[in-house]
Design a binder for this molecule. Sequence first.
Ligand SMILES: Cc1cc2nc3c(=O)[nH]c(=O)nc-3n(C[C@H](O)[C@H](O)[C@H](O)COP(=O)(O)O)c2cc1C
Length: 446
Amino acid sequence: MVNPFHLGWFMSGSTAQGWASPWSGDIASTWGSGAFHVRAAQLLERAKLDFILWEDLYYIPHHWQGKTDIYVENAISTPRLDTLTMTTFVAAQTSKIGLIATVPNFAYHPYALARLFSSIDSLSGGRAGWNVVTGTTNQALRNFGHEGLGETEDRYEKAGEYVDLMKAIWNTWEEDAIIADESTGRFADPAKVHKLKFEGKHYSFDGSPLVSGRSPQGIPAIAQAGASAPGRRLAAAHSDVIVGVAQSVAGMKQYREDVRNTMIELGRDPDDCKVLFLITPMLADTQEEAELKRANVHRQAEERVEIELADIGKRMDIDLSVLPMDTPLTEELLAGLHTTGHISYLAKFVKSAGGRTLREMAVESYIRMNWSEIDLYGTVETVADRMEEIMAEVGGDGFLFSQGNGNHTTRYMVEVAEGLVPELQRRGLARREYTSSTLKGHLQEF
Ligand SMILES: Cc1cc2nc3c(=O)[nH]c(=O)nc-3n(C[C@H](O)[C@H](O)[C@H](O)COP(=O)(O)O)c2cc1C
């Protein structure tokens, strides 16, 4: 018997990106209104998902021909609203679903960010989460006056210290500090509200308790998606939920075991953190229709080669326009590529090149993003069967749905929320009702 799955939604912070795709409705004119996100959150809340995680970037990419042009012209990842503001806006119009905002460790002073998250946690009744990222390109850091990303080891050492300080700031109010006892006239117990002195290698702090007080969760839920060894270690040390990429079933199992073993090494109970794998099931009424959809995605991919390469380049912090489009990629051609960002993406890219052309790789990447690296397509019954088999093999903890290429549409969300999730519920594989009102409560329910 498999445990029920934890289910979340990985949402592109840039809804404008979908503007030119079919079924995108009025997003070209309403992307800045937040209406899409509210509608999506209400739909996913009715499906009883644990949370939505909004990805975010703090720059406009420039990874195609050294310019921002292709990104701006096609709305690739751009423009995007701030995810903290977005979660606050959505919080007011939902009541149970968890709301995770992505914020890097270089954009705010820890006291400011601790206050922002604590405020959102209070305003949402304990539904706030923080996806901790360290940035993926030098440009993002330069926008904030820093030199650049630095080496992976240092980047994560700094991030670890930043998270430690954030937690210490949140803990300046003890859990039971607020009494609000009218009979004694005491709102809070001063013995349980502390000043903080923090001396680290990268950050120091000597200041007052957090001005926003203690929020319902105290420390908002922490999410992470590090792939490198230091990235995974940070995740294992702090996360309540980890996002993994589903490369293969064996890879998923190994990734989860690695996280759980590191947690044990660090003195944590491995069940305190849920590992969810990113998937993009392709759903249809019949298996034949699903095959037709796949063929259609193939056609779309061939029309979007440059856009896809610009998107891959953004992820790796590399300008792929320097490579020839239709020449098989040899080791010599790839040897010059270097990134301080996603080293693991680059390694995977180089490994998967295998003598194919850049165009072929772009098409394959677009297709993979659309139905994920593990094959999930067909009727809701076929896809639910496969999800059940995969989880039985991996051992847990669930999945994070995403519309792969970032072109989010309500149509796709409805297929998952009102087609696939009810099928999982019928099998006892997804919750039918929320039993908690906080994000950590959802994550710890089973
Ligand atoms: C599913 C997923 C989502 C991510 N979302 C973001 C994001 O929104 N913003 C960001 O700057 N980095 C994001 N990242 C990058 C990760 O935080 C991390 O940097 C990346 O996986 C590479 O790992 P490493 O930093 O350990 O090398 C994401 C990564 C993955 C796998």
